[in-house]
Ligand binder design. Structure first.
Ligand code: GLA
Length: 643
């Protein structure tokens, strides 16, 4: 059994083939984290005494008395706010008295085979015999707040997931002010923190820094996970490199505002918390209601970053990406964006299709510019009907012709956006995200559509569904091209305004769910100005994600290398473009590392270039990895990450 409860020592031992994780029910019902690391045998647990640490000045529980134990210096499993633990807390709930002291103690637990779903949220999944779950329920006896910590271990892969359920068991409203998915107290702080930072056009560069006393970490408050910080962190030993040393990797399955913070305290221990960013967040929890946090995927590797990365890759391929055809060879595509930008029409795209067929390309993707009266980025988002000037016979005969030529067909949408110059905005100006009395900010000349509202989602889904049901569409590129300001929904009451960001992302998930449920064969590629929403939650719906708007081969080396720290190669959309800094052969070597395609005007290729392009596609896998290693070495990345 991968999870054992020892009645005598009151300890839970959660094992994978590689790691052990130990929780103890301590006196007074405090839950303590005794160990996370290399797999250890059962009889070693007794060695983990709760060491008395410096806690002078830190108060103790009035029943237990001021002995060796103070919450502030103990390895608390899920840190609460206001009850003697002064470190960054994982949870804070304001009760009907108005105070937000939260003090959770053990109530009960259950252990079972398999893994539960998380309500309304993407999460990893498993067959009954692939995972074991432990749920520990804790309670605040004064407020009747009930918090269940959910752990699932995937024995075969060295992976554990954590999420939390927060239930109001009282008869009064409560307000959740912090609800982190993970809290992990490490007994030492001599780790390096690795994160993935960047910006639009240069996502997921690897940054490594030593932990220092105080607070450090990464966050997004832009409404999506963002180009600037990824919801991934690793804590690694000083000596850890690609092949050696301990690495603990944490990836939040969430596409909204997140926070991953580490606090190193006066005892030189380190607490990591990860989850929804409490900034601009609160949640009204009515009696009997439950709030579900997203989950964190935790990977422990005793053998360096390479093993950590490969574990994430295998795990995501098997247990997170839900697309049923995920193991099939992905179609090689030609995308119209860098080939023609907004200047597309049926004639030009059919010429692309003919040229593409000749080269051995599998699919034509019609990117931005096909709908409303969109000829630049200033109009028509929200008007998802075909532009009659560019497609005089309509969409269906055009798509049919693409299929007749022998290609699959893909289409671009940006469902969560609305242009001020659109029929949708003229009819429903209140449907854009805005705060009362303020003109909302523009980003790429567009507003954000308030998909936290069900009526808005219905309206947009009706349009998408009309196109998808009337045509044979094999692929959808789902874009999101600005961050969210003026965060508010016209329909939320004043005491729920801070629910907006989370409700927005739940709205996105609902829309993606509608698409992937009704059209399970469609290959969904998500995108956000390249890789602004490259996170595990998107992977659940979309097996591939456009990695970056930057298609320069040399820049792509480090972007793809950083991305591969936790995301599998197959998830990275990677195209050969006309960006000048490399030969086509090198461009192809680097793009073939991900889910491959072209983004250039293939009508203009010379005969010689055509022959070369045919060669890119034919031998797909063999030999490519070798060239990638070669290129990585050339730019001084010593290793590659495979899978
Ligand atoms: C974003 C995407 C691009 C392209 C454009 C279209 O920038 O990342 O690939 O789809 O939008 O406007």
């Amino acid at each position: 059994m991968a999870i054992i409860f020892n009645e005598q020592s009151k300890t839970f031992k959660l094992d994978t083939s590689i790691s052990s994780y130990i929780i103890k029910i301590y006196e007074g019902g405090y839950l303590l984290n005794l160990y996370y690391g290399r797999k250890i045998p059962e009889n070693m647990i007794e060695g983990f005494a709760i060491r008395a640490k410096n806690a002078s000045f830190s108060p103790a529980d009035s029943v237990m008395g001021e002995g060796d134990f103070a919450p502030d210096s103990a390895p608390i499993e899920y840190g609460c706010d206001g009850a003697g633990d002064f470190r960054i807390s994982a949870i804070k709930v304001r009760n009907h008295n108005g105070d937000s002291v939260t003090d959770l103690r053990y109530l009960s637990h259950k252990i079972y085979q398999g893994k539960p779903f998380i309500k309304d949220m993407p999460a990893s999944f498993a067959e009954k015999d692939e995972a074991t779950t432990l749920e520990i329920t804790t309670v605040d006896k004064v407020t009747n707040l009930q918090v269940t910590l959910v752990y699932t271990v995937f024995e075969a892969l060295g992976v554990m997931t954590k999420s939390v359920q927060i239930k109001n068991n009282s008869d009064k409203d409560m307000f959740i002010e912090r609800a982190f998915s993970l809290c992990n107290d490490f007994p030492k702080m001599d780790f390096d923190l690795i994160s993935l930072y960047g910006r639009h056009y240069f996502e997921r560069k690897i940054e490594r820094r030593a932990l220092a006393h105080g607070l450090q970490g990464v966050e997004s408050n832009k409404g999506i996970s963002s180009h600037c910080q990824n919801p991934f962190v690793a804590l690694v030993a000083k000596e850890t490199d690609e092949e050696r040393g301990e690495a603990y990797g944490f990836n939040l399955v969430y596409s909204g505002n997140f926070s991953a913070l580490v606090e190193c305290d006066y005892n030189d221990s380190a607490r990591l918390i990860m989850g929804i960013n409490p900034n601009h967040f609160s949640w009204k929890l009515r009696p009997a209601e439950t709030f579900y946090t997203p989950e964190v995927v935790c990977v422990y590797s005793p053998n360096g970053l390479g093993e950590m990365s490969r574990t994430f890759h295998k795990f995501y391929n098997k247990h997170l990406i839900k697309w049923k055809r995920k193991y099939e060879k992905r179609p090689v595509l030609i995308n119209s964006w860098e080939a023609a930008y907004f200047d597309i029409n049926s004639e030009k795209l059919l010429d692309f299709a003919v040229a593409a067929k000749d080269l051995g390309i599998d699919m034509l993707v019609m990117d931005d510019g096909w709908f409303g009266h969109r000829n630049n980025d200033k109009s028509s988002l929200g008007d998802w009907f075909v532009n009659q000037e560019k497609f005089p016979d309509g969409l269906t005969p055009f798509i049919d012709k693409v299929h007749e030529i022998g290609l699959k067909f893909g289409i671009w949408f940006e469902p969560e956006m609305i242009s001020p110059d659109s029929d949708l905005f003229r009819a429903h100006p209140d449907m854009c995200v805005h705060a009362k009395g303020r003109a909302p900010m523009l980003g790429r000349t567009q507003y954000v559509l308030d998909v936290s509202r069900e009526d808005v989602r219905d309206l947009i889904w009706e349009q998408l569904d009309a196109i998808l049901s009337a045509n044979k569409i094999d692929y959808v590129k789902w874009d999101f091209n600005r961050y969210i300001s003026d965060a508010d929904s016209a329909i939320l009451p004043a005491d729920q305004k801070k629910e907006f960001f989370h409700r927005f992302i739940l709205g996105t998930y609902d829309l993606m769910n509608r698409l992937t449920t009704k059209y399970p064969d469609i290959l969904l590629e998500s995108c956000s100005g390249g890789g602004g929403r490259f996170d595990p939650a998107m992977l659940y719906y979309s097996p591939q994600i456009w990695t970056s708007d930057n298609t320069d081969t040399i820049d792509r080396l480090s972007i793809q290398f950083g991305t591969s720290l936790c995301y599998p190669a197959s998830s990275m959309g990677a195209h050969v473009s006309d960006y000048p800094r490399a030969f086509y052969g090198t461009k192809a070597d680097v793009a073939l590392w991900g889910s491959f395609g072209y983004e250039l005007d293939i009508r203009k290729l010379t005969e010689e270039q055509k022959a070369e392009f045919k060669g890119h596609i034919a031998p797909l896998l063999v030999g490519l990895r070798k060239s990638y290693i070669h290129i990585c070495k050339w730019v001084n990345f010593e290793n590659w990450r495979g899978s």
